[in-house]
Write a protein that binds this ligand. Structure first.
Ligand code: S3P
Length: 684
């Protein structure tokens, strides 16, 4: 079977569409924007600078009213670029020509990346940059103002640098003439031309000469249809080439700008069978089309320095392809990879070698010897989305078993990546597929945790959540409280101002626009919304009132599935919640289905909610409510209450809380105790 797939919107184009819309003199329209964390960073900085940017949504249309080229206001807060180098560098250019002061910062990875390549030429134009900590690194205090023209030869072929300088030319209203030593991506040039700037570009030697001769005092609004990101498409493409996606994959609507598709000729040399079905290129804007990928027997190749700018972001996935190709692949001239979201050459070598792949790390590249041996073991993402995804693909191939330490890194550019991998990877790679739910179909692939996974389900009032918390505490595992995730999403939806009656129409990508995350923090999971930790907010009456409607939405189940499985990849856990044992973790080590007589459950529930039962009639009334609830839960279409076939049913009617917990601990010891020293033999 051939699977059809669309990948999220192009990250580079999404940033630029937001920036140009902000600088325009009217209302711009953006369709198909990437809702990942990187464009979210650009959007929130623009909001801080006075631009009204609605919540990012991949479906539908985003309308942004620009403030003009020099209309930004002094921000009240430090501008946080998070993990996004493109945000930081392009924003430095935008701010250079604004009459304001602002401080830009980023996460640990971004604060290590070089900024001098941008600030040096921008300083020549007349802007000022004062480092807050280390020279040439973020945080930087920017003082923008009147600028001078620039005539400059770039030391590296870098689209981020080129774009920063062109954007400074626009906000400063001055000409900019650049020569770059290679052909980096040209999205900025295309979009500036569409917005009314006079711009030319022509080959010069081995590189590229770009001139911005004039820009209007207000850019024309843009109308951008963001194509799928070729750099994201490269991951399912690699999976399909390596035979990990059945008979192949058709990737629809992928951006095919020639400055981005340098991977294709390299793959052709490697014997890859890929058909490119290019739509007639639009007059302005970006070319796009479909890629049809067939499983192929790959051979090694030599990737030369001149090819690097056209596949700059594809080296991690290329390394994984090389690890499975026949013969040697040699990549050189890629020293720029050392200053990406991680030192990608170092990260690739450090991960491939212990998996059993022969690899030599060069100062500017890698030499990789392909192997068809099964590859297994843990790998480190180094907080880098593309390292995480490259090894995600390698791990999804039949016979391999690889655990990525920080799977959430993918949210930067490919929200939903792990769900996609589950859906499209070959059934042969999913031996224990069981209890399929609507989101995963028969595609549940075993989620390899870094330790045992214990799941507890049961009808309302069975005490599953307090029991799970205590079992987790006694085992020193993390407690995965799925209910808290629903609540966090409900909170984020309420905060976004979207009216609740529009929530049923939300898609999974809309939900991904809300940066709700769960991060492992010691013995618990912390629920975060962006940089904020959510605690008491989750129990507000407003959240209470809306959470069950949210939990019923099919898109929400898909959204939740990804996050719960990520939690499973981060270490040992005890989880409680509906469909954990059937859909989320069908291969959990221990599954408990907790039941109790309805009157006992009624009593517990009354006690739990602080309503001590005054009389048997209170209990009878609560029991009647529970019976109705049981019937609804068991028969509803979305995630019905259902005991997993291989779950142990534990009747707690006549057990005390302690006895119930002990019974589960006994079960855990019986199943995983023998092979995991993490499981203690006695209670605290
Ligand atoms: C980008 C340019 C590239 C690329 C990055 C996005 C852009 O960086 O690696 O992921 O959107 O301009 P450089 O061109 O600076 O190498």
């Amino acid at each position: 079977m051939v699977t059809e797939l669309r990948v999220p919107g192009d990250k580079s184009i999404s940033h630029r569409a937001l920036l140009l819309a902000a600088l325009a003199g009217g209302e711009s329209r953006i369709r198909g924007i990437l809702t990942g964390e990187d464009p979210q960073a650009t959007a929130s900085i623009l909001r801080e600078l006075g631009v009204r940017v609605p919540p990012l949504a991949a479906d539908g249309e985003l309308r942004v009213t620009g403030v003009g080229v020099r209309g930004m206001r002094t921000p009240r807060r430090t501008l946080d670029c998070a993990n996004s180098g493109t945000t930081a560098r392009l924003m430095l250019g935008v701010l250079a020509g604004q009459k304001l002061e602002a401080t830009l910062t980023g996460d640990d990875s971004l604060r290590r990346r070089p900024m001098r390549r941008v600030t040096d030429p921008l300083s020549r134009m007349g802007a000022r940059f004062d480092p807050v900590a280390a020279p040439g690194r973020l945080p930087l205090r920017v003082t923008g103002g009147p600028l001078r023209a620039l005539d400059y030869r770039l030391p590296v072929a870098s689209a981020q640098l080129k774009s920063a300088l062109l954007l400074a030319g626009v906000t400063g209203g001055v000409p900019v003439r650049l020569v770059e030593p290679g052909f980096s991506r040209d999205h900025t040039e295309r979009m500036l031309a569409a917005a009314g700037c006079a711009l030319t570009s022509s080959p010069e030697g081995r590189g590229n000469r770009v001139r911005l001769t004039a820009s209007p005092s207000a850019l024309d609004p843009v109308d951008v249809v963001v194509p799928g990101d070729f750099s994201s498409a490269a991951f399912p493409l690699a999976l399909a080439l390596l035979g990990g996606a059945g008979e192949g994959i058709v990737l629809r609507g992928v951006g095919l700008n020639p400055t981005r598709t340098g991977l294709l000729p390299v793959l052709e040399r490697m014997n890859a069978r890929i058909e490119v079905d290019m739509r007639s290129a639009p007059e302005r804007g970006e070319p796009a089309g479909d890629l049809i990928i067939h499983p192929s027997d790959l051979t090694g190749t030599e990737v030369r320095p001149g090819e690097i700018p056209g596949l700059i972001d594809e080296v991690p996935v290329l390394a994984v392809l090389a690890a499975r190709a026949r013969g040697t692949t040699r990549i050189t001239g890629a020293e720029e990879l050392r200053v990406k979201e991680s030192d990608r050459l170092g990260a690739l070598a450090a991960n491939l070698s212990p998996l059993g792949v022969e690899v030599e790390e060069l100062p500017d590249g890698l030499v990789i010897e392909g192997t068809d041996r099964p590859l297994s073991g843990p790998v480190e993402a180094y907080g880098d989305h593309r390292i995480a995804m490259a090894f995600g693909v390698l791990g999804a191939l039949p016979g391999n078993d690889i655990t990525v330490d920080a799977p959430a890194a993918v949210d930067v550019s490919y929200p939903g990546f792990w769900g996609m991998l589950e859906r499209v990877s070959t059934p042969a790679a999913r031996p224990s597929a069981r209890g399929a739910g609507p989101e995963v179909g028969a595609h549940a692939r075993p989620v390899r945790g870094r330790g045992p996974v214990i799941v507890i389900d049961g009808p309302a009032g069975s005490g599953k959540s307090t029991t799970a918390r205590e079992v987790a505490r006694r085992l020193d595992f993390r407690h995965l409280d799925s209910g808290a995730l629903y609540r966090a999403l409900t909170y984020a939806l309420l905060e976004s101002g979207r009216p609740p009656d529009s929530w049923p129409a939300l898609t999974e990508s809309d939900l991904n626009a809300h940066p709700v995350r769960m991060t492992a923090a010691g013995s618990a999971f912390r629920i975060m919304l962006g940089a904020r930790t959510l605690t008491t907010e989750l129990r507000s009456p407003e959240v209470d009132a809306h959470v069950s409607a949210v939990a019923r939405l099919p898109a929400v189940r898909g959204w939740l599935l990804d996050r719960q499985r990520q939690a499973g990849r981060e270490g040992s856990l005890v989880g409680d919640g509906r469909d954990l044992g059937t859909v989320v973790f069908p291969e959990a080590d221990v599954k408990i289905f907790l039941v109790a007589g309805v009157e006992e459950r009624a009593r517990r529930r009354l006690l739990q909610t602080g309503r001590a039962p005054d009389s048997e009639s209170d209990v009878t009334a609560e029991a009647a409510r529970l019976r109705t609830r049981d019937r609804i839960d068991a028969t509803r279409a979305i995630a019905p209450l259902k005991k997993a076939a291989d779950a142990l049913e534990l009747d707690g009617t006549h057990l005390s809380f302690e006895e119930q917990v002990d019974a589960i601990l006994g079960e855990v010891r019986a199943h995983v105790g023998g092979r995991d020293s993490e499981v203690p033999n006695s209670g605290p």
